[in-house]
Design a binder for this molecule. Structure first.
Ligand code: NOJ
Length: 558
């Protein structure tokens, strides 16, 4: 049996990621709000999830949709008030659902009071809250910026004849974590939220808080994406995380998950080994290159979909946490296009089957699952190829840059259409009413045109809907410790269509078979499955022994 002392609520939890801007609008301004979430609390409860991770709701000018925070202790006016927040938190807790908030502390907004002070004079007390480079030293060594209009992470500011550093957009200056005063302010702010009763944080780009602030020249041949060693995992990262743990996490029963860009298998346990007192979990990106170019992650590449390699990635990451630490698993979030379109198949024939298959996967792995709102009904991409349809600073700034340089901006958009972040941010499809029941006004981002057919209301009462399968699958996981803690073993590993594995805890052994393709596929196994008990299947009738139908998903008890 599983060692009971290792059981933890956050390992057994299913997390629902909620993107407030697109969830439910109650005042007709086309932007989701806290009252909208409150209105949907019973729906959230009905899913069977345990924790909500809510994307940033703090005051922000929304250059990067809330990831540019102007006031960490205030609620964004578009979303409501602190009173609404308190009602929401109470409503979640009354339903025994925990809440984790986004902690965005690698950078602030340039409209944050700290930055406004910092840029005034070189001797301002807040100067050292950010990274400045005095212009008389010459131009700072080039750093690539992911959202900048010119892809340049240094922005010249004439007020003090200096450049400031921003990995993301120019409206997101990086905080200087070397400054102990910055760290103290951040911990105080974290305690403010914890004392309000929230249950933990999702830590935005946390590996970036410590970086090489000598800012050495980058190698000449550096590829887009090769920048992590220069921007992240700096010399003090673990020191800061341990300090954060000591100052904040250790004082509460909380759950914290780091967004760990650039993390490798080798350094994984440094973050989550219980004895090191840093984080409990993080999420990596190793499996997210599926369908994306290997040489430039800003472009799609349909030929880059190697299921065999993909399976091995999950196997490798599972092994890391056999003795210590704990993993997370996800296929979609607000930074990615829709999971059903990317890893499944969004055609009419296979949309529902493949969405259910992906839920079977997410909820049967040995890691805490994160499900992104809308995926519970199998929402899919919009695939826009017209820039007018985009709101994301990332898409818009890069598109404009290419256009200005007369480079292939149309090619970029055609490719980007399937992988853009806005695909995952379209409003939640509640019903077949106007604007999918999301708003009575004009939504900030257009609703997917398929809402008349694909919506919560349509799926609620249909027993074989994606929504009801998702609920069933959550219950199966909850009632079965083997699905949570059982050892994972990949089988038939070179099968190019099927992802199959066993989960074993004590004497109980489960077999999970997932056909990731649109044709029937054979599982190479000697086991006679006709005798095995089937716990769940996404088809009305499971396949005959080893031949699995397109996108079929089955869990057997062996
Ligand atoms: C990661 C967040 O998930 C993303 O949405 C944001 O743009 C960047 N960090 C910058 O905060």
């Amino acid at each position: 049996m599983y060692n009971n002392s290792k059981r933890k609520w956050w390992k057994e939890a299913v997390v629902y990621q909620l993107y407030p801007r697109s969830f439910k609008d109650t005042n007709g301004d086309g932007i989701g709000d806290l009252k909208g979430i409150i209105e949907k609390l019973d729906y959230i409860k009905s899913l069977g999830i345990d924790v909500v991770w809510m994307n940033p709701v703090y005051e922000s000018p929304n250059d990067d949709m809330g990831y540019d925070i102007a006031d960490y202790r205030a609620i964004m006016q578009q979303f409501g008030t602190m009173e609404d927040f308190d009602v929401l938190l109470k409503g979640l807790h009354a339903r025994r659902i925990k809440l984790i908030m986004d902690l965005v502390v690698n950078h602030t907004s340039d409209e944050h009071a700290w930055f406004k002070e910092s840029k005034k004079t070189r001797d301002n007390p807040y100067r050292n809250y950010y990274h400045w480079w005095d212009a008389e030293k010459g131009k700072p060594p080039y750093r690539w910026s992911i959202f900048d209009k010119e892809s340049n992470a240094w922005k010249y500011d004439a007020t003090t004849n200096s450049y400031y550093f921003h990995i993301f957009s120019e409206k997101q200056p990086d905080l200087n974590w070397e400054n102990p005063q910055v760290r103290r302010e951040v911990y105080d702010m974290m305690k403010f939220w914890m004392d309000k009763g929230i249950d933990g944080f999702r830590l935005d780009v946390i590996t970036c808080i410590s970086k090489d602030i000598a800012f050495p020249e980058l190698p000449k041949d550096m590829q887009v994406g090769g920048w992590f060693p220069y921007y992240a995992k700096g010399p003090h990262l673990h020191e800061y995380l341990q300090e954060m743990n000591r100052e904040v996490f250790s004082k509460y029963d909380c759950m914290n998950v780091g967004e760990a860009s650039g993390i490798s298998i080798e350094d994984a346990l440094l973050f989550v080994d219980e004895d090191r007192n840093e984080l409990q979990t993080f999420y990596h990106f190793d499996h997210t290159g599926f369908g994306i170019s290997n040489t430039n992650f800003m472009y799609a590449d349909d030929s880059n979909r190697d299921l065999v390699q993909w399976k091995k990635t999950f196997e490798r990451w599972d092994k890391v946490f056999i003795e210590k630490g704990w993993g997370t698993i996800y296929l979609g979030n607000h930074d990615m296009s829709r999971m059903t379109s990317r890893y499944g198949n969004d055609s009419e024939t296979y949309r529902e089957l493949s969405a259910k298959m992906l839920h079977t996967f997410l909820l049967s792995m040995r890691a805490t699952p994160y499900i992104y709102n809308g995926d519970e009904i199998g929402m899919v991409n919009t695939n826009h190829t017209n820039i007018e349809n985009y709101q994301d600073v990332y898409t818009i700034n890069y598109y404009n840059q290419l256009k200005q340089k007369s480079e292939d901006y149309e090619g970029f958009l055609n490719s980007h259409a399937t992988i853009s972040r806005d695909n995952g941010r379209t409003p939640m499809q509640w019903s077949n009413a106007t604007q999918a029941g999301f708003t009575t006004g004009k939504p900030w981002l257009a609703v997917n045109e398929n809402y008349k057919k694909l919506n919560v209301q349509e799926q609620e009462d249909r027993p074989d809907s994606v929504l009801n399968y998702f609920r069933k699958m959550i219950q199966l996981r909850k009632n079965n410790l083997t699905l949570i803690y059982g050892a994972f073993e990949l089988i038939d590993e070179n099968n190019k269509q099927i992802f199959a594995y066993t989960r074993q805890l004590g004497n109980e052994k489960l077999l999970i078979v997932l056909n990731f393709s649109d044709t029937a596929a054979t599982l190479n196994s000697k086991k006679d499955l006709s005798k095995a008990k089937m716990l769940i299947c996404n088809y009305e009738e499971a396949s005959d022994n080893h031949l699995f139908k397109p996108y079929e998903a089955v869990i057997y008890k062996l």
